[in-house]
Design a protein around this ligand. Sequence first.
Ligand SMILES: Nc1ncnc2c1ncn2[C@@H]1O[C@H](COP(=O)(O)OP(=O)(O)OP(=O)(O)O)[C@@H](O)[C@H]1O
Length: 301
Amino acid sequence: MPAIEVESLTKEYGDVRALDSVSFAVESGEIFGFLGPNGAGKTTTIRTLLGLLKPTAGGATVLGADVSNERALVDAKRRVGYLPATLGFDPGVTGETVLDYHESMKGGQRREELCEIFTPPLDRPVREYSSGNERMLGIIQAFMHDPDLVILDEPTSGLDPLKQEEFNEFVRAERERGKTIFFSSHVLSEVRRVCDRVGILRNGELVTLEDVETLLERGGKRVRVQMDSESASELVDLDGVVDVTHFPDGIQFVYTGEYDRLLDELSRYDIREIDISEPPLEDIFLHYYGADEVTGGESHA
Ligand SMILES: Nc1ncnc2c1ncn2[C@@H]1O[C@H](COP(=O)(O)OP(=O)(O)OP(=O)(O)O)[C@@H](O)[C@H]1O
């Protein structure tokens, strides 16, 4: 049984269609990346999975419970952890009190262990917390009852790079323990390091659903060649050459065709230097999002 199953899910807010017939499944024991620029519909999907919003059409199940069946969902949610994008802890109480409250609601068998990895100043009131400390408190809260499924909405926002990496390592270890992680993000590079599969949402529609390796393979290779400009302008006519940038000393492009064809073509020219590398994930996403939206999303990353 999949941990999450979403079937033709549509959600409208008045005239705004935030989700348009979205379908996907998250298998038990995987880290599933849920990606999209701001406003794509990620939070709407998560809030529907948690029973906080009613679908306009279609539906979903979480750990086998229909999200429209309140009673079944309440039972299932005991085995679910949730880290919202906006945390909203009471600013007047200490971190310790926040955790006591959550422990009394759902249990806290992993609380101590988590407080050693993620280290917010528990004796201080939340109003004195940096955004990174507040995020760490949220992470402890989401995992402390050892849930089978954890839903994370932009989990690393506010964390410094070192803590981000510790968090990513922690999440990978959770998968090894058989847990399922739903990882919503618009930080593209982090998804590559952590997730097994990704669903990409754009304007409320699921535009792709595949494993991260395939996504990268389909993205082709980035090729930077130092050569004279006349040869460079001939090279761009080769099938599979896209996203071309000309430089005074040569050319850079993404190549999505057969490698043999590229090597044959290159052998015809006088090449001073060549560098072939994986394109940044951001470039791959250009094909899914369109340039404006990637630029818009990046500024938040
Ligand atoms: N309560 C609401 N009323 C009206 N429109 C809403 C409401 N909540 C969200 N929307 C709209 O629905 C769309 C999807 O929003 P949603 O918050 O789900 O996107 P998101 O992918 O989570 O974005 P972000 O990364 O910025 O949080 C957006 O166009 C948003 O403006």
